[in-house]
Write a protein that binds this ligand. Structure first.
Ligand code: E4P
Length: 292
C-alpha cells in the first residue's frame, strides 16, 4: 500500500517524508482539498484568481517533495456545473504529469469525469460514502474505457472512500473499503482504492490488510503509525455496513448516456448526505479566503 499525506502544507510533507524514510518506508504521494489549501492560506483575503494561483504554487512545491501522485481538487459547490469542473480539471492537469484531478462524486462530477477521462486525465473521485457511489465510479470507468477506447494512463484513476467521516456518524467506515474492494474486483480491478479520511494508525493497518492500493492520512496519524502501532485491535463500537450487491439491470448499462440516465432517474442512487455536507464545507472554507 502506498502512503499519501493529506495536507496542504509543504513543510509537513518534508517532515513526514523524512520520518517515513527513517522508518524504511516511502511517502509516495499527496492529497489536497479546498479545506486543506484554505488552512494553509488562512487569514488572507484574496481574489479567486490569486487563490487558484496560490493553490497551484503549493501543489507544485509538494510535487517536488513526493515522487508519486498529487491530487488537486476542482472547486465545486452544489450549483457548480460540470462545464466549470471540466475547465478547471483540464487546467489542473496541465500543471504537472503527476497531477491527479479530484472530482466530487455527484451527477455533475460524473459528467465532468466523462470528459476528463476521455482525455485520459487521471481522476480521483472524492467524498465517497456509499457502495452505490463506488459501483458508479467502477461502472463509469468500465464504460468510458470501452466507449472511448482509452489507452492506459500514467496511473489508474482513484476511488476515495472517507472512512473517518463514516466512523464519526457511528458506522464502521472501514467496511466501505472492504465492500468497495469487492465491487472494484467485480468490475474494474485496475482502479486504485484510496482509503481516505484515515484517523488512526489502526485505519492504516486495516487498509493494508484489505489490499487498498493507497491510503491518505494526516501527519499525526503517520507519526502514531511510525511509532510502532502494528496490530489491529478492534475496540470500536461501530455499526457494520453490510455488502450491497448491484442488480442485473445496473450491470447491463453499457453507454455513458445510459449511465447518466440511471443517475438522473435514480435507478442508480449516488446521493449521500455526507457528500453534500462535504461539498458545503469545502466551498465555505475556500470562500473564506476570497475577498468580496
Ligand atoms: C481525501 O482526499 C481528503 O482530503 C481527506 O482524507 C479528508 O479527510 P477528513 O475527513 O479528515 O477531512
Amino acid at each position: 500500500m502506498k502512503f499519501l499525506l493529506d495536507s496542504g502544507d509543504p513543510d509537513e510533507y518534508r517532515e513526514i517524508a523524512a520520518l517515513a524514510t527513517e522508518k524504511g518506508r516511502e511517502l509516495w504521494g499527496a492529497t489536497t482539498n479546498p479545506s486543506l489549501i484554505a488552512k494553509k492560506l488562512a487569514g488572507q483575503k484574496i481574489s479567486k484568481d490569486e487563490a487558484f494561483a496560490l493553490q497551484k504554487k503549493i501543489v507544485l512545491e509538494i510535487l517536488e517533495i513526493v515522487p508519486g501522485a498529487v491530487s488537486a481538487e476542482v472547486y465545486a459547490d452544489a450549483s457548480t456545473p460540470a462545464e466549470a469542473m471540466i475547465a478547471q480539471g483540464r487546467d489542473i492537469a496541465t500543471w504537472h504529469d503527476r497531477i491527479v484531478v479530484k472530482l466530487p462524486t455527484t451527477l455533475e462530477g460524473f459528467i465532468a469525469r466523462t470528459e476528463l477521462r476521455k482525455e485520459n486525465i487521471v481522476t480521483n473521485n472524492t467524498l465517497v460514502f456509499s457502495q452505490q457511489q463506488i459501483f458508479a465510479i467502477c461502472l463509469h470507468e468500465q464504460i468510458v474505457t470501452k466507449q472511448f477506447a482509452l489507452e492506459g494512463s500514467k496511473w489508474p484513476s482513484f476511488i476515495s472512500p472517507f472512512v473517518g467521516r463514516l466512523d464519526d456518524i457511528g458506522l464502521q467506515g472501514i467496511d466501505l473499503v472492504a465492500n468497495g474492494m469487492k465491487i472494484k474486483k467485480l468490475l474494474t480491478p485496475e482502479l486504485w482504492m484510496l482509503e481516505a479520511s484515515a484517523r488512526t494508525a489502526q485505519h492504516i493497518l486495516e487498509g493494508e490488510e484489505l489490499g487498498s492500493e493507497l491510503i491518505t492520512a494526516p501527519g499525526k496519524v503517520y507519526k502514531e503509525f511510525f511509532q510502532g502501532a502494528t496490530s489491529i485491535i478492534d475496540q470500536k463500537q461501530l455499526q457494520t455496513i453490510p455488502y450491497w450487491e448491484p442488480d442485473e439491470e445496473l450491470l447491463k448499462i453499457e453507454t455513458v448516456e445510459g449511465f447518466i440516465q440511471a443517475l438522473t432517474s435514480g435507478i442508480l442512487d449516488i446521493h449521500h448526505d455526507l457528500t453534500e455536507k462535504g461539498l458545503i464545507r469545502f466551498a465555505e472554507d475556500w470562500n473564506s479566503l476570497i475577498a468580496s
